[in-house]
Design a protein around this ligand. Structure first.
Ligand code: TTP
Ligand code: MG
Ligand code: MG
Length: 461
């Protein structure tokens, strides 16, 4: 392991909710909940003001409404989140060629590889400047963790939240980790956590005390050994630059449309197997299983399911693909079938134990409904005049605003912009000809130029 805290982990604070607060002045400092608002919707995220009420990601929306009835409830605006994510990632790439994004709002950066930092002091300086640059460019806050390994850098940024920076001095890792709950370690989700607790292990120190043999006995060889190493703060995983391939997929077009349901099912299994082979050949695993079906009339449908953690297990991919096929209507015949895996990783980051059970056939696969953006293809654009809460509109007379709510033939709009003060609400008929959907407005008007990668700093310093 390196001796300087030069691995940086960045994670934006309450990302979707913070974007909404920056865009909508009337929501700043307020409880804001973003997610699916339908009957089966789940919370994508909640502003820190809403977390006080116990609302958190992945909670059913109905439960959130009970906990925080007065919060603002908004539908995600993926387009603007993606745009801001690109701004943030480009700032990170200014620091080092080794940037490993984990999601829209999160990435590891190897500061040593870029020559941007080589010791504690230079690393802290880079982290402080990065946070200031992110604020200047996006108007938002992100938290930074600095440590000598990925695992600890991520734990550090979590500790820094919200709007902070934490640096873990090399040499202090064991003492810091010891009293923390086992769930802090990557690879320990609810299932593994429960399993360990039943064995009397609740803290990371207790993992270390139990010893490697006991961990292997409890969790199996691979998981037991990995967890024991992490409990001792051993983590040698390198920061891996963004992969070219974001997904691995295979598909087949059939000369004659297939009608037979059984045959379609068999084809999907075969494609799943081929896809897993490709995945393994590339040394990858992935979290999201995607099924693609093109029907006789060329209408194409993609459905996806996101697992708790990355997999390269044939049985898991087969099962997920079969589940995805189940509700698809194929009566008119099928022209093309495809199976893919995206959300790629080169290690299993999430709940390893749950994953093992899944592989063993216990159906604990979990869709992450509405949390992820639907796949691009054939998720038909929403009809023009659906007024989703939080989405942007423009009124011929009153200008730009956003939908605060709609129902009973009415839509209420709050007229404000990222640069205005809190605005006023007006109500219109849903088919008011003056009202139309609009593009999101930029959060920051004069985005400052941030210097490219710093000039080589010389290693003698
Ligand atoms: P996170 O970084 O996990 O959470 P966050 O940025 O909202 O809050 P924190 O300050 O704790 O980092 O996720 C980033 C975004 O991803 C989040 O704003 C919304 C989305 N998301 C989902 O859609 N579903 C989920 O279950 C989670 C965890 C996140
Ligand atoms: Mg975040
Ligand atoms: Mg994140």
């Amino acid at each position: 392991m390196r001796t300087a805290p030069t691995i940086l982990h960045l994670d934006m604070d309450a990302f979707y909710a913070s974007v909404e607060q920056a865009a909508k002045p009337s929501l700043r400092g307020k409880a804001v909940i973003v997610g699916g608002l339908g009957p089966r919707g789940v919370v994508a995220t909640a502003s820190y003001e809403a977390r006080v009420f116990g609302v958190h990601s992945a909670m059913p929306m109905a439960q959130a409404r009970r906990l925080a009835p007065n919060a603002a409830y908004l539908v995600p605006r993926f387009g603007i989140y993606r745009r801001i994510s690109e701004q943030v990632m480009s700032l990170l790439r200014g620091l080092s060629p080794l940037v490993e994004p984990l999601s829209l709002d999160e990435a590891f950066v190897d500061l040593e590889a870029g020559g941007a930092a080589w010791d504690e002091e230079s690393a802290r300086r880079v982290g402080v400047k990065l946070r200031a640059d992110i604020r200047a460019v996006t108007g938002l806050t992100g938290s930074v963790g600095l440590a000598a390994s990925k695992m600890l850098a991520k734990i550090a940024s979590e500790q820094a939240k919200p709007d902070g920076l934490t640096l873990i001095r090399p040499g202090t890792e064991r003492a810091l980790l010891g009293p923390m709950p086992v769930r802090t370690l990557p690879g320990v989700g609810p299932a593994t956590g429960d399993h360990l607790r039943r064995a009397g292990i609740t803290t990371i120190d207790e993992i270390a005390e139990a010893g490697e043999d006991e961990l292997v006995r409890l969790l199996g060889k691979a998981h037991g050994q990995a967890l024991y190493a992490m409990a001792l703060a051993h983590d040698e995983r390198p920061v891996v630059a963004e992969r070219e391939a974001k997904s691995v997929s295979v598909e087949d077009t059939y000369d004659v449309d297939i009608h037979d349901r059984l045959r379609i099912g068999l084809e999907v299994q075969r494609l799943a197997d081929r896809c897993v082979r490709r995945l393994r050949d590339a040394g990858l695993s992935g979290r999201t299983i995607v099924l693609k079906v093109r029907r006789y009339d060329f209408s194409t449908l993609t459905r996806s399911e996101t697992l708790r953690g990355p997999t390269d297990d044939q049985a898991v991919v087969r099962e997920a693909a079969a589940r995805l096929l189940e509700p698809v209507d194929t009566t008119g015949g099928v022209r093309l079938l495809g199976v893919g895996v995206s959300g790629l990783a080169d290690y299993t980051q999430e709940d390893l134990f749950a994953q093992a059970h899944l592989a063993a056939g216990e159906a604990t696969a979990e869709e992450r409904p509405e949390a992820e953006e639907p796949l691009a293809e054939e998720q038909a654009a929403p009809p023009e005049r659906v007024w989703l809460a939080g989405h942007d509109v423009r009124h011929g007379e009153y200008g730009p605003g956003w939908v605060q709510g709609s129902g009973l033939g009415r839509v209420t709009v709050r007229f404000e912009t990222p640069q205005s003060g809190p605005g006023r609400v007006r109500t219109f008929s849903v088919d008011d000809p003056q009202l139309e959907p609009a593009d999101p407005l930029p959060l920051v008007l004069d985005v400052p130029e941030i210097a490219e990668r710093p000039a080589p700093t010389g290693t003698g310093a």
